[in-house]
Design a protein around this ligand. Sequence first.
Ligand code: ATP
Ligand code: LTN
Length: 335
Amino acid sequence: MSETTEKKVMLSGIQPSGALHLGNYLGAIKNWGARSEEFECFYFLADLHTLTVRQVPAELRRHTLELLASYIACGLDPEKNTLFIQSHVPQHAELGWVLDCYTMFGELSRMTQFKDKSAKHADNINAGLFTYPCLMAADILLYQPDYVPVGEDQKQHVELTRNVAQRFNNLYGETFKVPEPYIPKTGARVMSLNDPASKMSKSIPEGCVFLLDKPEEIQRKFKRAVTDSDTERCVRYDPAAKPGVSNLMSIYAACTGRSYAEIEAEFDGQGYGAFKPAVGDAVIETLRPIREETQRLLADKAYLEGVYRAGAERAGAVANKTLRKVYKKVGLLPR
Ligand code: ATP
Ligand code: LTN
């Protein structure tokens, strides 16, 4: 595939560590789907990465299939995108080890995610949590991508990947393409409906809208969404003074394609009471086809198996080429 096209390459992944939410959709996957004509795309499920935090085995298996079904339901056509599971392509773990040896202790100690997760899981600060970014660098560099589309929070890991790639290239000559992070302009940070100061995240389930939530559940969450305590009570975009309403407006804008000015005009003279259920309805309509399609796909395990097997086959061929090159450069004797 990659040899025969001139297309630029894009790659990204999500950990199957829980159900997908509206932030993952608007901040990440929605933007990936639109790219498959323009780029050669690899999207994978970072199941090895989830092991850095304790998982319930049966749930990890369920979340992995659910995430694959959601990728497809969100518009990633497996014919046009290579969709695969990280652990099915052993070159990720293999290159991960090599890159462990080219990444410095100090660099890894500075990673914000490591600091956050060590604070959150103080009883399990394992070596994998520390070297997580080396495996992520391997995920990326194996496919020689031009762009890595991620939300704002992953930018630091992509920067580290660039540094490691440059270090390796300086030592051994051109081996890896040095990729760019690709951060969306809108939806890069969807905030919690409960607390507009923190990002929407599965660890705050009340303020989090999951892609598989039923319509009644979604509407309930929007009706309860925290709005602002200003006296104005009107729908106006002002993230500093009105973070709650502004977050709802950006969700409404992302779901309906309307601009902030159009939304302000639409709700002119009406309070939050009319606005919140309207946002709920827009989200329900955006997510309805995704939920229905995810459920339809989950009932067809044979199809999903076919998708991830074919994906691992295609990804493996590309990954293997890079890994052989790396092994040769560092002096490992070929078998
Ligand atoms: P958690 O909910 O535990 O914080 P997560 O939802 O961030 O985890 P990840 O696998 O880390 O899950 O994220 C997957 C992708 O979704 C990443 O590209 C990330 O940047 C993006 N993303 C996550 N949360 C949001 C959000 N609230 N708004 C926009 N993008 C997000
Ligand atoms: N760390 C990312 C998931 C991830 C990833 C990657 C993203 C693992 N490997 C490679 C892009 C490219 C996260 O937690 N969202």
